[in-house]
Design a protein around this ligand. Structure first.
Ligand SMILES: Cc1cc2nc3c(=O)[nH]c(=O)nc-3n(C[C@H](O)[C@H](O)[C@H](O)COP(=O)(O)OP(=O)(O)OC[C@H]3O[C@@H](n4cnc5c(N)ncnc54)[C@H](O)[C@@H]3O)c2cc1C
Length: 507
């Protein structure tokens, strides 16, 4: 899958049924839904797939126990249904995750168990397991890193965990397998209209700087935190509908929580929940909720957020984590549908909204990773009506997202060193198989070192120093595959270092 071939296909097509702007969870979900219904589908992402919020989540596929406490039963029950579907349809990327809420006072046992039993009931037949009380010794056995100070026991419940950017790439592959053309590093700059109706977009290829005029019957705005920006390209006086809330995470060595069970702190000092989760051999902890004024593709965690997370972990764990222990840290911005009046961002709805502008632009706003499939279904239903396309039923509830035969074959070939002209496929870069880099380039749309080290592999999020160390060799390997010279290698390494430094606390 060379980029030149993708661009040739783009040029050959004169009219798309559905054009999607934005390649995060929402846009990729819409692309898969639309293509699997048989619509001629194009998706354009300005940077890399999942570069925005969709690679910066807490990696939970969950109903959201906290939304239950807020009384949003429908949101929780819909999300639990989607959790069950994902466990069935993408079993290699989404797996059950046991969690414990540590208990320090006896009244907490009936309080949490009642809520969590309702949570289990709402999951119906797609329930993972029943919640129950664990004695102090059973809690310590499951979660050995906890401090025993004041601990009375724990409440065990179940949710699911995933790798967000990897699921994003899988959605892109599945959409492509259904006939969609999905392109990253391709920015939509303006709309084209006829009689006031959107009939396509002007978009630019980041690498060649070439501009393309692309026509479509229906256009979807799935740009997350940039939804208002794109709505203003359509109509300059569109009102702002999104509020931005930053959530940060820290990644620590597994020694701080040597367990396959996650821990949920049910009430932080600012009244939220905080997770400490085993993830890819490390501990991922977060998140925070900090209102910010504007959208940002590469937000940085604030020092105060890191201190907040570390201090809450310190109250819970036997070993107190310090700033120097942080292997990586990352922030994401939540696109929250604005409420009227001065409501805190933590209280704004995680539900989604599908809007149609006077020009026929369909915008999907809000939601969460867990519910991407339902958001996509609602969006495609809407755009089909607006664009006057023939109605066809959604099939994604039962569509398998397991790796396609083609991708498996290519990966196997790369592992065996079977790609023409490549002598290095069996080598490793600091533990990363070179075959994974080649697969990222040839089968997963990776164009930059950051694409590979941040989202095809998750090295940047797991250990930023190690990612910086690996960058030169990854760049050289990619350059050989992409026929790039030494200038490209230096430029890639330098720009990756600039980004990676933001994943480390300042000294
Ligand atoms: C800290 C945090 C933790 C979270 N944890 C969880 C969790 O554990 N579980 C869960 O279910 N949900 C979680 N969420 C929510 C979830 O991550 C988001 O709801 C989801 O990723 C949003 O996806 P999106 O596609 O709408 O937006 P994005 O992922 O931001 O995608 C929008 C894309 O549009 C692109 N774009 C913008 N403008 C243009 C343009 N002009 N042309 C082309 N492309 C453009 C951007 O580059 C971007 O990639 C979390 C969110 C945050 C912030």
């Amino acid at each position: 899958m060379m980029r030149s071939e993708l661009l040739a296909r783009l040029e050959a097509e004169t009219m798309w049924d559905i054009l999607i702007i934005g390649g995060g969870a929402t846009g990729l979900g819409v692309a898969l839904d639309a293509a699997s219904r048989g619509y001629k589908t194009l998706l354009l992402e300005q940077d890399d797939f999942c570069k925005g919020t969709s690679s910066r989540s807490t990696k939970l596929i969950h109903g959201g126990v906290r939304y239950l406490a807020q009384g949003n039963v429908r949101l929780v029950s819909d999300a639990l249904h989607e959790r069950g579907l994902l466990l069935k349809n993408a079993p290699d990327l989404v797996h059950p995750l046991p969690m414990v809420i540590p208990v320090y006072r006896s009244w907490q046992v009936p309080y949490y168990l009642t809520g969590l039993n309702l949570y289990d009931l709402l999951a119906g037949g797609l329930r993972i397991g029943w919640s129950r009380f664990l004695s102090k010794s059973a809690t310590m056995q499951r979660v050995p890193g906890l401090s025993e100070d004041g601990l009375r026991g724990g409440i065990l419940f179940h949710d699911a965990q995933f790798d967000d950017a990897r699921l994003g790439i899988r959605l892109a592959s599945a959409a492509a397998a259904q006939g969609a053309l999905v392109l990253n590093h391709f920015r939509v700059e303006s709309f084209i209209k006829s009689s006031g109706q959107v009939t396509g977009v002007e978009a630019r290829d980041r690498f060649s700087r070439r501009e393309f005029t692309l026509r479509a019957r229906g256009v979807v705005n799935a740009t997350g935190i940039f939804s208002d920006t794109v709505r203003k390209l359509d109509s300059a006086d569109s009102p702002d509908l999104i509020a931005f809330s930053q959530g940060s995470h820290v990644v620590l060595d597994r020694g701080f929580l040597p367990s396959e069970t996650a821990v949920l702190i049910p009430r932080t000092d600012d009244g939220r929940v905080l997770f400490a989760i085993p993830w890819n051999g490390k501990v991922l902890a977060g998140t925070t909720d900090l209102p910010v004024p504007s959208p940002e593709l590469e937000p940085s965690p604030m020092q105060e957020e890191i201190e907040f997370i570390l201090s809450h972990l310190g109250r819970l764990l036997a070993r107190q984590p310090q700033t120097k222990d942080v292997l990586s840290m990352f922030a994401g911005l939540r696109p929250l549908v604005k409420a009227r009046g001065g409501v805190a961002t933590s209280a704004l709805s995680r539900d989604h909204v599908v809007l149609v502008s006077d020009s026929g632009l369909v915008s999907t706003i809000g939601g969460k990773w867990t519910t991407y499939r339902k958001m996509a279904e609602d969006t495609v239903d809407r755009v089909v009506g607006v664009a006057g396309l023939e109605g066809r039923a959604c099939t994604t509830e039962s569509l398998s997202l397991e790796q396609t035969e083609d991708a498996r074959g290519l990966a196997g070939g790369l592992e065996r060193g079977a790609v023409d002209g490549n002598a290095e496929t069996n080598s490793e870069i600091c533990g990363l198989p070179a075959a994974d880099v080649l697969k990222a380039v040839h089968a997963e749309w990776a164009c930059t070192v950051e694409d590979v080290l941040s989202r095809r592999t998750r090295t940047l999020l797991l250990d930023a120093r190690k990612a910086i160390e690996m960058a030169p060799r990854v760049a050289e390997l990619m350059a050989a595959e992409l026929s790039m010279g030494p200038d490209w290698v230096s430029e890639q390494v330098e720009s990756f270092r600039d980004i990676a430094k933001r994943y480390l606390p300042s000294d």
